[in-house]
Design a protein around this ligand. Structure first.
Ligand code: FCB
Length: 459
């Protein structure tokens, strides 16, 4: 039997986001967000649902914090709903919204659980979208005002801040492919959105540090290693493109390398094989922006779910789906390949190629069809296996010298999974959406034991 041990200082956590769990979408003065608008538009969500109620966490946060304590978690990563605090995105403050987060932070601290705040997990105030959203520079400035408000009010108690969650997804799924809010399908605009998201990160970091000097501040990227479907040169090229398009487009600017030149050149090439033409989208980059984006961070948050097997598309009209097709080997309910090797590779790369100062896995998890059995238990053996395999490669990476300092499972609760509605269950804890009853799944009891022992036996 091999013992897989983690340092005592390794941070064990779980993660959620505001729109996916809070509900109370218009309670106590909250303003509308782009996700409220999007889900209230027929035909956008697979099961026709909304986050209006979700897990009702806004009203049940004390019960949820008690469950976290029962699992022995060190930390909890959650996001703030911007329009709950600043209903119009800037200007007037909604005290009731701010008070909710303040109470949540106090409840966590009372249980010795460190609050990790994500400022932006995709729910832009609709009022800002109406003024152009992330396509316009003014939204980055509004984000700084919001970051200032939050860090001034919570910075005495919150010591870990994440500016953005997965800017790739916010930019491209929301603006190029139209499957997330705000539902736009205009590729070059997504590049502008991406730039303003990154810019707002760079502008906000010093503001947060100014308000909360001992805080650690970072950004969370979703990174997916691109693997060629074959060793043919066309597939290798497709994988290189995907890596640039998805990973390096965000990682390089944050790490001070600017936008990847190979991808920029491709975007600017008329009739290029990707079908993606940037036109004048990059005009939005102003002198000094790339230096702003490259502000030193204390840690990089890594969200890892799968690797991307890339193949050369035969027909341009098939893009981008064909180029980013996943293999179907051993899939979760999302159709996402279980590939812990991809996490191992990405961790090593972040260390050796990018030399990032510290890494936290801010999301990793799996969706399966979980049911309560007759005795009321959720026997989610596949999720436990997923967790064990991914924690194993984390441990291997740490042995290689990768500065991986913590792991947050996605997610504390089954919740509203964006375009899939309530059809995908990622939780450590099962939620019956009719009754709002929470049931700790078997895999979460295993996770609790790993946390308590700071490791596990490989059997
Ligand atoms: C990530 C999101 C998170 C959740 C998981 C499954 O991309 O950050 O909110 O939806 O995927």
């Amino acid at each position: 039997m091999t013992r897989i041990s983690f340092a005592d200082s390794f941070v064990w956590g779980t993660a959620t986001s505001a729109y996916q769990i809070e509900g109370a979408w218009d309670a106590d003065g909250k303003g509308e967000s782009i996700w409220d608008r999007f889900t209230h538009t027929p035909g956008t969500i697979q099961d026709g649902s909304t986050g209006d109620v979700a897990c009702d966490h806004y009203n049940r946060y004390e019960e949820d914090v008690a469950l976290m304590a029962a699992l022995g978690l060190d930390a909890y990563r959650f996001s703030i709903s911007w329009s709950r605090v600043l209903p119009a995105g800037r200007g007037a403050l909604n005290q009731a919204g701010l008070d909710f987060y303040s109470r949540l932070v106090d409840a966590l601290l009372a249980h010795n659980i460190a609050p990790w705040v994500t400022l932006y997990h995709w729910d832009l105030p609709q009022a800002l979208q109406d003024e152009g959203g992330w396509e316009v520079r003014a939204t980055a400035e509004a984000f700084v005002e919001y970051a200032d408000v939050m860090s001034r009010h919570l910075g005495d108690r919150v010591k870990h801040w994440i500016t953005h969650n997965e800017p790739f997804v916010a930019a491209f799924l929301g603006n190029a492919w139209g499957i997330h809010a705000p539902g736009k399908k205009e590729f070059p605009k997504a590049l502008r959105v991406a730039h303003h998201l990154l810019l707002s990160h760079g502008l906000a970091v010093p503001v947060i540090r100014g308000n909360s000097p001992e805080s650690k501040v970072g950004i969370t990227l979703d990174l997916s290693p691109a693997v060629p479907a074959s060793l043919g040169s066309a597939d290798i090229q497709a994988a290189q493109f995907y890596d640039g398009f998805h990973n390096r487009w965000f990682l390089d600017p944050v790490c001070g390398r600017g936008y990847p030149q190979d991808i920029l050149a491709l975007y600017n090439m008329p009739d290029n094989p990707t079908g993606m033409i940037a036109d004048d989208a990059m005009d939005c980059v102003q002198p000094g922006d790339m230096e702003t984006v490259a502000v030193p961070i204390d840690f990089l948050g890594l969200n890892y779910y799968f690797r991307t097997v890339s193949s050369h598309p035969h027909d341009k009209s098939e893009l981008p789906q064909t180029a980013f097709r996943l293999t179907a080997a051993d899939n979760t309910n999302m159709g996402w390949e279980v590939a812990p090797q991809g996490l191992y590779d990405m961790l090593n790369r972040l260390h050796t190629d990018y030399n990032v100062p510290a890494i936290y896995i801010t999301e990793n998890g799996s969706s399966y069809d979980d049911d309560l059995d007759e005795s009321g238990r959720v026997r989610d053996v596949l999720r436990q296996r997923y967790l064990r395999e991914h924690l194993f490669v984390c441990n291997q990476a740490i042995r290689n010298g990768v500065p991986l300092q913590g792991y947050f499972s996605w997610s504390l609760l089954d919740n509203f999974e964006w375009a899939f509605g309530y059809l995908q269950r990622f939780g450590n804890i099962h939620v019956d959406y009719e009754t709002q009853k929470r049931t700790i799944k078997d895999s979460a009891y295993w996770y609790r034991d790993v946390i308590a022992a700071r490791g596990f036996d490989l059997v």
